[in-house]
Write a protein that binds this ligand. Structure first.
Ligand SMILES: Cc1cc2nc3c(=O)[nH]c(=O)nc-3n(C[C@H](O)[C@H](O)[C@H](O)COP(=O)(O)OP(=O)(O)OC[C@H]3O[C@@H](n4cnc5c(N)ncnc54)[C@H](O)[C@@H]3O)c2cc1C
Length: 547
């Protein structure tokens, strides 16, 4: 699928998104040319550490100084992390980003990149849950996220295929038409421009529709690359391949640990989409997977618009030019992570699109993950039950382009101890620890180790023999469950299926070739390495007689 030439920026799945091409070279070049890759990391600032560092520096080697105290450590280099880092670095703060893989590895590299003035939580729903004032502030935040992207593009001259297009939302049933009226009234009340229309550029028959003028779209990784470049030029530091596993706080200084690194900072921001390890958001945000196709059509019926239906799950259509070639970007068919078959979700999506569009080929297909907050609004601010000065941003639903951008402003204001008008509305402390939370933490503290992988050694069984090449399955061998994947060469990759985050059993995702946890969305590759989600420990490996 897609182009195989050029450097391809890695993302958290086996399928390729079009964004991974083109932006790749410059992102990794910036990463390597500037500050990200050090010749040596000296952990410890005793006489040995300092002397070694000095010798290495004198010998012309680049050494990451683990004794330095940064003003802010940003964990995660998606749109939230890099936007926040840029604001802070430009404001004169000393910032370091620690990214588990590479910038754009997470959902920012798997987004569909619509920039809207409306959101998945409608303004009518926001008014019901947070009052008229809350809905108005939410609309202002979405709008400010939208304009933040545009102003960053202008300020830093980012060439990211930004385009303004009208948006259309259409109803196909009486119930949907009623909801559409509520959306119309809710949007009018908060001053978001919207009109009824009878001219939606869609082949689907509809009853009623709304037009939102002045929506936008872009190439998300070209945009991210532009922000990253500006951040590095302003003196920011990015550490790639640095998965933060935990943080200790002493005297107001936070020490973050990864397998190879120690980073000290006065403030920490989890821009990880979902904060790592067991936390309150595991109860407050549900992980969803969403599917996208990039298709070539036989006729030039690509919409010059962003078009959405209101089905459950919904579909959307827009056009993107990639390497001079027009593509229909169509997506939807969302479901809770690990709760449905991704292969079927793609097949259903493709069938639905082919019903209405004359498709000549599917050039890209990919899926990614987002988090639905229980009360409809994102959580941005001081992390509950964590030391002072540890912040987070999560629960964006499918609106992280705008919300990740406004989070950048809110979080950089909080770090700089400046008031922000959205801080109360989005404050994570609006959620209260549920009664069962402390029990949950206790029970799940070391859950992976209930599985005795080191004493367990799988051997050839019927169920294992039946496992086809290129497929994975949770199987039972000698009364123990194992997560087994047989690669294209026939070798078995066997793992404990116990998610290291909270002890649920992972499910196989045959499309992205990953093990996905149905409880809180942790995801692992075929060798058990953490891809995304709240886990920070890999699945335990099991040795197999077969290999
Ligand atoms: C299919 C799909 C389509 C979407 N379409 C749209 C859209 O059209 N418009 C819109 O506004 N929103 C959309 N969204 C939502 C939007 O893409 C996301 O909300 C947004 O990209 C999240 O950005 P982020 O920076 O917060 O997280 P991410 O982009 O996921 O970045 C988090 C980063 O943190 C790193 N990380 C995680 N844990 C650690 C750790 N412990 N240590 C170090 N690093 C770590 C990850 O590797 C990752 O790179 C869509 C989502 C999906 C799934």
């Amino acid at each position: 699928m897609g182009k195989t030439t050029n450097t391809v920026l890695a993302r958290d799945g086996a399928q390729r998104a079009p964004w991974q091409y083109g932006a790749a070279t410059i992102i990794s070049k910036a990463l390597f040319d500037t500050t990200a890759v050090y010749d040596a990391l000296i952990v410890g600032a005793g006489i040995t550490g300092i002397t070694t560092a000095l010798f290495l520096q004198k010998a012309g080697k680049k050494v990451f100084d683990t004794t330095a105290v940064y003003d802010a450590l940003i964990v995660g280099a998606g749109i939230t992390g890099i936007t926040t880092a840029l604001f802070l670095q430009k404001a004169g703060k000393k910032v370091v980003i620690a990214e588990a893989h590479n910038p754009g590895f997470g959902t920012t590299g798997g987004t569909s990149a619509h920039i809207n003035t409306f959101a998945d939580t409608t303004y009518a729903e926001a008014a019901n849950a947070f009052g008229e004032e809350g809905a108005q502030l939410f609309a202002n935040a979405i709008n400010e996220g939208f304009t933040t992207i545009k102003s960053n593009i202008d300020t830093y001259q980012i060439d990211c295929d930004y385009e303004i297009n009208p948006g259309y939302l259409y109803a196909e049933t009486g119930d949907e038409a009623k909801q559409l009226d509520e959306i119309y009234n809710g949007a009018l009340k908060v001053g978001v421009p919207v009109n009824y229309t009878e001219e939606v550029p869609t082949p689907v028959e509809y009853l009623n529709a709304l037009a939102f003028d002045g929506q936008a779209q872009f190439h998300p990784l070209k945009y991210l690359r532009g922000l990253q470049k500006a951040y590095l030029e302003a003196g920011g530091v990015i550490l790639g391949n640095t998965l933060i596993t935990g943080i200790e706080t002493d005297n107001g200084i936070h020490t973050a640990h990864s397998l190879t690194n120690v980073i000290r900072a006065k403030t920490v921001i989890y821009a990880t989409h979902m904060p790592p390890n067991i936390n309150l958001f595991n109860f407050e945000c549900a992980p969803y997977r969403s599917y996208v196709l990039g298709l070539k059509l036989k006729t030039d019926t690509y919409p010059d618009a962003l078009v959405y239906d209101m089905q459950e799950p919904y579909h959307y259509f827009r056009t993107q030019v990639i390497d001079g070639e027009k593509l229909l970007i169509a997506g939807g068919n969302d479901h809770k992570t690990g709760h449905a078959d991704p292969e079927k979700a793609f097949a259903d999506l493709e069938k639905y699109i082919r019903k209405y569009y004359n498709v000549s080929s599917v050039k890209y297909r990919w899926s990614s993950q987002y988090y639905v907050p229980v009360d409809g609004l994102p959580y941005i601010g001081q992390m509950p039950l964590a030391a002072d000065g540890i912040y987070c941003a999560t629960g964006y639903n499918g609106n992280g382009m705008m919300l990740g951008s406004i989070a950048g402003k809110i979080l950089s204001d909080l770090v700089r101890r400046r008031p922000n008008r959205y801080q109360d509305l989005f404050s994570p402390s609006r959620i209260k620890p549920v009664d069962s939370f402390s029990e949950f933490v206790k029970e799940n503290a070391d859950v992976a180790y209930h599985f005795v992988a080191d004493r367990f050694h799988i051997h050839e069984t019927d169920s294992l023999k039946r496992l086809q090449r290129g497929t994975g399955k949770v199987l039972e061998v000698d009364g123990e469950k194992i997560a087994a994947y047989r690669d294209e060469k026939g070798a078995v990759h066997a793992l404990s299926p116990v998610c290291t985050h909270a002890g649920c059993i992972v499910n196989w995702n045959g499309e992205e070739k990953s093990w996905d946890c149905p409880c809180h969305g942790a995801r692992y590759d075929i060798d058990g390495n953490v891809l995304t989600g709240p886990a920070t420990k890999n699945l335990l490996k099991i040795s197999s007689d077969e290999n």
